[in-house]
Design a protein around this ligand. Structure first.
Ligand code: DGY
Length: 321
C-alpha cells in the first residue's frame, strides 16, 4: 500500500479515488499554508506528494522523503519545486498544463476591466449610499478598453487566450513580447512582435503572463514603469516577483502609470502596504486566477490521475519536462 500526503484540502471524491486505488492517503485538512516543520515531518515515509505553489519543495524536503516517487503540483507553474533535485533522485514531477488557461484569461480580463472602469470603487460607493443619480461628471470616470492597444508579455497559452479576448471581443490591437515569435497568433489576430521597451511605451494595457525565472524576476522595475504611458494599466496574474512591488506602488502613487489589476504578490500572502492603501484604479485579488469550481476540480483530478498512474508503474500523464 503506497502512502500519499496531500498538503491542502482537496475535493472528497478525488481523495476517494486515491483510496479506491488501494492507497493510504493523509490529507492536511486545514486552511492556510503548511509550515516547514509539518511538511518535513509528513514526508518521511511517503511515496507520493500532492502539493501547491505555497509549498516549497526544495533539496531539504526531497532529502527528507527517501521513498518519494512522484510530486504532483496542483497548478501549471512549478517555481516552488526544485525540479533538477527531484530529477536527480528519479522523482517524477507533474503539473496541470492547459487546465486553467481560459479561467485565468477570464480573470485577467476581469481585472483589466475592473481597474479601467473602476468597478470595485463604484460598488463600494453604491453600498455606502453615495449614489445620488446620473451626472455628466460622475465620480468614477474611467478608461475605455474597446479599440485600445493591448500589450502581452509572454504570449504562451494564457497570454494567447487573453489576446483573443482583447482582439475579438474588444477590438484591441495586440502587441506582444516573448522569448520566441508566435507566428500563429500573428496570423490569427495580427499580433505584432515588438521589443519589451517598445511594448511598454505603446500599450494602454499591459498583461503579464511569463513564468517566474531568474530572467523574469523584477522584469517590471522602476525603469520599466518609467517607459509606460501615464495612462497605462498593468495586470499581473502570472507570478508576483515578476513585478517589483515597491516599484509598482511608487509608479501608481506618483502617477507614472494609471492603474493595476493584481492577482499575485511578491511574498504571498503578504501584500505591500503601498498597494493596499491605493484604491483608485487599483484592484487586488487573492491569487484566484484558476479559481472557478470546475477548474479547481480539474486541477485536483489531473494531479490524482498522475499519482495513480505513477504508483501503478505507468508513465505520468503530465510530466514537467
Ligand atoms: C498556477 O497554476 O500556476 C497557479 O498560479 C497556482 O499555482
Amino acid at each position: 500500500m503506497a502512502k500519499i500526503y496531500v498538503t491542502c484540502r482537496v475535493f472528497d471524491d478525488e481523495i476517494e479515488r486515491l483510496c479506491d486505488a488501494g492507497h493510504d492517503v493523509t490529507m492536511r485538512d486545514q486552511e492556510g499554508p503548511i509550515s516547514r516543520d509539518e511538511l518535513l515531518r509528513n514526508v518521511s515515509d511517503i511515496d507520493a506528494l500532492i502539493c501547491l505553489l505555497s509549498d516549497e519543495i526544495d533539496v531539504q524536503v526531497i532529502a527528507a522523503a527517501p521513498q518519494l516517487r512522484i510530486i504532483a503540483n496542483l497548478g501549471v507553474g512549478y517555481d516552488n519545486l526544485d525540479v533538477p533535485a527531484a530529477r536527480k533522485r528519479g522523482i517524477i514531477v507533474t503539473n496541470t498544463p492547459g487546465a486553467l488557461t481560459e479561467t485565468t484569461a477570464d480573470l485577467t480580463f476581469a481585472l483589466l476591466l475592473s481597474a479601467a472602469r473602476r468597478i470595485v470603487e463604484a460598488d463600494e460607493y453604491v453600498r455606502a449610499g453615495k449614489f445620488l443619480g446620473w451626472e455628466l461628471l460622475q465620480e468614477h470616470l474611467g478608461h475605455d478598453v474597446f479599440g485600445k492597444m493591448l500589450g502581452i508579455v509572454g504570449l504562451g497559452r494564457i497570454g494567447t487566450a487573453v489576446a483573443r479576448r482583447g482582439h475579438f471581443g474588444f477590438g484591441m490591437d495586440v502587441l506582444y513580447h516573448n522569448r520566441h515569435r508566435n507566428t500563429e497568433a500573428e496570423e490569427e489576430m495580427g499580433a505584432c512582435y515588438v521589443s519589451f521597451e517598445d511594448l511598454l511605451a505603446r500599450s494602454d494595457f499591459i498583461c503579464v503572463h511569463v513564468p517566474l525565472t531568474e530572467e523574469t524576476r523584477h522584469l517590471f522595475d522602476k525603469d520599466a514603469f518609467r517607459l509606460m504611458k501615464n495612462s497605462t494599466i498593468l495586470v499581473n496574474v502570472a507570478r508576483g516577483p515578476v513585478v517589483d512591488e515597491e516599484a509598482l506602488a511608487w509608479a501608481l502613487e506618483s502617477g507614472e502609470i494609471s492603474g493595476a489589476g493584481i492577482d499575485v504578490y511578491e511574498n504571498e500572502p503578504k501584500i505591500h502596504p503601498g498597494l493596499l492603501k491605493l484604491r483608485e484604479r487599483v484592484v487586488l485579488a487573492p491569487h484566484i486566477g484558476s479559481a472557478s469550481e470546475a477548474t479547481r476540480r480539474l486541477l485536483a483530478r489531473i494531479a490524482v490521475d498522475n499519482v495513480i498512474a505513477v504508483l501503478a508503474g505507468r508513465e505520468p500523464i503530465n510530466p514537467v519536462s
